[in-house]
Write a protein of this length. Sequence first.
Length: 139
Amino acid sequence: MNIFLIIAGTLSAIVAVLHIGCIYFGASWYRFFGAGEQMAILAEQGRIQPTIITTGIVLVLSIWSLYAFSAAGVIFRLPLIRIALILITLIYLVRGIAGLFFVNSPMGRSPEFWLWSSLICLCFGIIHLIGLKQEWVRL
């Protein structure tokens, strides 16, 4: 079992659960986690868009969690595991780095959102990268 991929899968799962919290608790959670005022307003109005968008994010993060757990040997082997983990790792790393460029021009989100979410994504990407490197020959 690969501890870095177990951690990676756990982190993605935690973030998925936090997104479920946004759906359940609504506007205050969207605001707290920096989703933007537009998403919070739509949630307050009872519109379906925040739920659809957030559900999509939950599904993606859940799948990413499963792939990390699969590569770690915690659950059954999923198809296309090597390419999936490469893409997941790249997405986290690129989002982490690219998001830092939006800190000074936040595009509807706070600079703090871009800074913290980028650092979190960058850390997740690094954890995935270490785990992927350790498991490469077995994938």
